[in-house]
Structure formats: C-alpha cells, structure tokens
Design a binder for this molecule. Structure first.
Ligand SMILES: Cc1cc2nc3c(=O)[nH]c(=O)nc-3n(C[C@H](O)[C@H](O)[C@H](O)COP(=O)(O)OP(=O)(O)OC[C@H]3O[C@@H](n4cnc5c(N)ncnc54)[C@H](O)[C@@H]3O)c2cc1C
Ligand SMILES: NC(=O)c1ccc[n+]([C@@H]2O[C@H](COP(=O)([O-])OP(=O)(O)OC[C@H]3O[C@@H](n4cnc5c(N)ncnc54)[C@H](O)[C@@H]3O)[C@@H](O)[C@H]2O)c1
Length: 513
C-alpha cells in the first residue's frame, strides 16, 4: 500500500514491524503482506525461532526413533525383525536434519519470497510505532505506519535453587542440541518438557531421574495421562519421584555444560558430576541436570517501559491480539502474538493467533471491516476453551478442551465417559497388549462435547476429530452419523456414544411418542 521501490536496507518505514521471527512472527508478517502491507521482521537469533531449532521439530525427531522401535516390537512378525538397538548416532543425525542443522538460510529465503523484509538484530520498542534495532554494535530505528507486533516468544525458567545456576544446568536448548548422551540425567519438573525429555533420554540410554514437585506428571491434564506416562517411564528404567524437588545443587568447578547458544557443538556433557540435595534430605549424583520448570515471556529487554508496561511481564491481549494497557484498554497500534502473550504456549495455537492478527492488522490499516465477534475471522476465540495439544511421550497424550476437573469447577452439567482403548478392535491389531485410555466430557444440557483426552500409542491423530467436534459444537445426535472405520482406534467414538445411550441419537426435531 506504500512505496516498496526503496531497497530494504535503506527503508526504515514500514506499515508493520514484527519483532521476533519465530513461527508466530513469520505468520503475522506473511498474513499482513498478503493483506497488502509492507512488513519488516526483526530477529536477533535464528529465523524460525525456538520451535524450529530447540523445541517442536528436533524434539519430535529425537523421540520418533524410540516410538517407531517400540511400535515394531509390539507387533509379532515385525518384532522378530528388530535385531538391534536404537542407533544413537543416526537418531542424532535425524534430529540435526529436523533442526536444519541450526542453519536458517532456508527460512531467510522464504521470508524474501514472501515479500517480508528481514532486519537482523535485537528489537526494542522505542516509542509509539517505533522500534530500535541493535545489531553488531550499531543501532537503527524503524518506524511503523500502522502497527508493531511483538512475537518474541518465551524462555526457560531456571528456579532460584541455591547452586543450581552455578551448576550450569541444561535447558531445552542444551538438552536437544547435545551430541552426547549423559549417563545420568536429573530432570527438574513434571510438565510436558520434563515428560518428553525423560521419554527421549531414557530411550537414548540415560539413567533418568525425574523430580516432580507435585503428586504426578502432566498435572494440568487428566490424572490418568500422567499415571500412564509415569508407568511407561518406569518400564523404560526411569525413576519418577513425586513430591520431591532439589533444595540445593553443587558441582565441583561449576560444571562445563554449555552456555545457551545456537551451536549444537557447544552442548557438551559435563566432565564433573553434579550433586543435588533433595527436599527429603537425600542426595542424587548426576552428570547433567535439565530444568523443565516452565517458561516466561521474552520481554525483559523489549523497551516495554516506553509504552507504560513493565519489563518481563506477559503481554496480555484482547481477542484481536492487541496488547492491553495497565487499565485493561487495548493499545491501538501494539499487538502481542504467540508465547509472549501467555494465551497458549503452543506453535499451532500461536500460528492460529498469527493468522487472525496479521489479517486484522491489514484490515484496520486499510479501513476494512473488522470481524471480531466470537469465532470471527479476526479473533482467536479457540484460545479460551478449545486448545488441542499432544504430548509426544510413550504413550502419547492428546487433549482438547476441558478436563473433568475443569468442567466441575465451571459447574456445568456434564457427564464424563471413560473408555479403555484396549477394548476397541482397532487397538488389538495395532499393537499386541495395547494400553490406553480415553475420556470424553459431555455437556448434557446442550448435547455437545466439551473436551476429550486420549492416552495411548499413536493417539495423536485422533485429536483432530475431537477438535472438530468441540469447536464445531457438533450435536451428539449428529455424531451418531459420524461412522468410524473398522477396525481403527477411532471406534472409541462409537463406544462413547453407546455409553451415553441410544437416546442421544434422537434429533431434537424427532417426534416424541
Ligand atoms: C522443548 C519444547 C518442545 C516443544 N514442542 C512443541 C510441540 O511439539 N508442538 C507445539 O505446538 N509446541 C511445542 N513447544 C512450544 C513452542 O516451541 C512454542 O509455543 C513456539 O515456539 C512459540 O512460537 P513463538 O514464535 O511465539 O516464539 P519463539 O519460537 O520463541 O520465537 C520467538 C523469536 O523471537 C526472537 N526474539 C526474541 N526477542 C527478540 C528481540 N527483542 N528482538 C528480535 N528478536 C527477538 C527469538 O530469537 C525467536 O526467534 C515446545 C516448547 C519446548 C520448550
Ligand atoms: N508437545 C508439545 O506440544 C509441547 C512440548 C513441550 C513444551 N510444550 C509447551 O511448553 C510449555 C512449557 O512446558 P514446561 O514443561 O516447561 O512447563 P509446564 O508448565 O508444563 O511444567 C512445569 C513443571 O515444572 C514444575 N515446577 C515449576 N517450578 C518448579 C520448581 N521451582 N521446582 C520444581 N518443579 C517446578 C511444575 O510443577 C510443573 O510440573 C508448555 O506449556 C507446553 O505448552 C509443548
């Protein structure tokens, strides 16, 4: 919509400036360009962000060999063909490929092909509609005609435990970029990151101890999810200790684990062990410690004070992703999208927000009509109650919507339907001795699904159907006509309906006798 003939290097004014070129920032920029705007994106590290190099992609690649091996071993005929163990070097090579060997040139090419101007450096808000970019000791100011979007993501939290920081613990970055398998690994935390890395390193051959502060793994999900994952971890030789944490850590010489960085070669295994004193008074000696105790928004050095906000804070937003000021009013020109707004720390959900944000920024800039009613084109309504998530542990955990506990807190009229996945025909041919569990949360007043959780081998692909049912508020009586193919794991849907009773198949318009 403005002059785009000036070279990107010399141009300092754009319709939109995006700070942070992770998966979310890239999508905000792309949608805004498609909406006719000129866009600059500022990135201080690698284009593609945490997800591409230290999170989603490499972790799933390094988990996959163990999943495939376990799956083969569960099927007679295939089992006999597995004559060796997991090959760690090949698994690392597969991981390297998934992380594009920590080289973002492909992503830079994509930005160029999409018509987005890349500005390398650390971005900070300078004042209204202005971003200061620091790169190689030089500072340049970019100005935006219409909006600035912050997509700076999140960083790992290192808890304030005496001696922990000095012991140079791994975060997800060092853990996923390592080229060696620590013989003994302690994992602090019991959430998604802890559970996935415990599964991964146990399969790679580490002696893993998971220190869970609460009373089980994956505390925000249905309790049976954490229980089944803990059972499988124990079966894989990991020691999952609940109600325990570290009260002190020491490592002679401070440890040699790498500083956070983008070079995988930096992540070396410590030559000197660390000793953790646990809250029960016992001690634990390990070669590496992985902190998996949550994430905080990357807003420490973002110039938030220039817009009346506080450094380090989560950037709360309205549903069109505009940042709220201290009085709860949206700042017209400032958007926050992805992990940094704390709405849902997941790539797919951040990219969903990005599609809405990029489109609405373009529409507002060009004087179009904003579609911001719930479920409109320019709002991220699903963030509130319909966030799909998969934990890629063994077994997998796939969830959408409310848990039974959340539904109860809401005081909705709900019914919980539990079903043993081992009892559907599909699972019996999928794997010998298949273990798994499904739970559906049904709104009995409205006759729709509010949530579902599946735990078991290969349940991730069951999730999209559940997401469609929850988001689409598909009536139960219509679900009776959604026939699952036989014999698949999806047959659990029919079992859920049968548990509710054939009466739920009657449509509201059916004549009553
Ligand atoms: C171990 C792990 C595994 C995960 N696995 C999955 C998964 O399987 N599926 C899933 O959906 N989610 C997963 N997640 C979550 C997912 O990684 C995040 O939700 C996602 O990366 C968020 O994207 P983002 O673009 O908001 O932020 P990020 O990916 O963090 O990107 C932010 C970008 O902004 C840049 N930046 C920050 N500050 C500045 C600044 N001031 N100036 C310029 N640039 C800046 C950063 O360098 C970075 O490139 C995982 C997370 C972890 C930790
Ligand atoms: N497959 C996926 O989609 C995937 C994978 C990994 C991460 N993620 C995302 O990344 C986010 C962060 O994951 P996470 O596991 O780091 O955070 P989390 O919030 O899921 O879990 C943090 C865990 O650390 C514990 N903890 C917190 N402070 C502690 C302390 N001081 N001492 C001991 N324990 C402590 C908590 O009790 C909890 O068990 C998640 O919200 C998730 O959405 C997604």
């Amino acid at each position: 919509m403005t002059d785009t003939t000036a070279s990107p290097e010399s141009t300092s004014e754009f319709d939109l400036i995006v700070i942070g070129a992770g998966p979310v920032g890239e999508n905000v920029a792309d949608r805004a360009v498609q909406g006719g705007l000129t866009v600059a994106i500022v990135e201080s590290e690698l284009i593609g962000g945490e997800c591409s190099y230290w999170a989603c992609m490499p972790t799933k690649a390094l988990l996959r060999p163990a999943h495939a091996l376990t799956a083969a071993r569960r099927v007679p005929g295939a089992r006999e063909a597995v004559t060796g163990e997991l090959d760690v070097e090949s698994a690392f090579a597969f991981r390297d490929g998934a992380a594009a060997s920590w080289d973002d040139s492909g992503q830079a090419e994509w930005l160029e092909s999409a018509g987005i101007t890349l500005v390398r450096g650390h971005g900070r808000l300078a004042r209204r509609l202005a971003v200061e970019v620091e790169h190689d000791g030089e500072t340049r100011t970019l100005t935006a005609r219409h909006a600035v979007a912050v997509s700076t993501g999140s960083v790992a939290v290192v808890p304030d435990i005496p001696g922990l920081a000095q012991a140079r613990p791994w975060t997800n970055r060092e853990a996923i970029a390592t080229s060696t398998v620590p013989p003994r690994l302690a994992i602090l935390g019991g959430g998604v990151v802890a559970s996935e890395f415990a599964t991964m390193f146990a399969a790679l051959g580490s002696d893993v101890t998971v220190l869970v502060r609460g009373d089980g793994l994956l505390g925000s999900l249905e309790p049976f999810a954490g229980e089944l994952v803990a059972k499988a971890l124990a079966g894989a030789g990991a020691d999952v200790r609940t109600g325990t944490s570290a009260s002190e850590v020491s490592r002679a010489g401070g440890g040699t684990a790498a500083a956070v960085g983008s070079d995988p070669a930096d992540a070396t295994t410590s030559a000197n062990p660390a000793t953790l004193t646990l809250t029960d008074g016992s001690t634990l000696e390990v070669d590496e410690i992985l902190v998996a105790t949550g994430r905080r928004p990357a807003t420490d050095d973002l110039g938030l004070d220039t817009v009346g906000l506080e450094k380090g804070q989560t950037l709360e937003t309205d549903d069109t992703l505009r940042v709220l000021d201290t009085s709860g009013e949206p700042i017209e020109w400032l958007y926050a999208v992805g992990d940094v707004n704390g709405r849902a720390l997941l790539t797919h959900q951040g990219k969903y927000q990005a599609r809405a944000a990029g489109d609405v920024i373009a529409v507002r800039a060009t004087g179009g009509t904003v579609d911001d009613a719930p479920w409109g084109a320019h709002v991220a309504t699903a963030d509130h109650e319909a966030v799909p998530a998969v934990v890629f542990t063994e077994p997998e955990v796939a969830s959408i919507g409310l848990t039974a506990a959340q539904a109860e807190e809401d005081e909705r009229a709900t019914k919980v339907v539990d079903y043993d996945l081992a009892s559907v025909a599909g699972s019996s041919v999928h794997a010998e001795g298949y273990e798994g569990q499904a739970r559906f949360i049904v709104d009995t007043d409205r006759g729709v699904l509010l949530g579902a959780t599946f735990v078991g081998q290969d349940v991730a692909e069951l999730l999209q159907a559940a997401t469609t049912a929850v988001v689409g508020e598909v009536p139960l009586h219509r679900l009776w006509h959604v026939v699952p193919a036989y014999p698949t794991l999806s047959e659990v849907w029919l079992r859920m309906l049968e548990s509710l009773g054939r009466d739920t198949a009657r449509s509201p318009k059916a004549p009553t006798s």
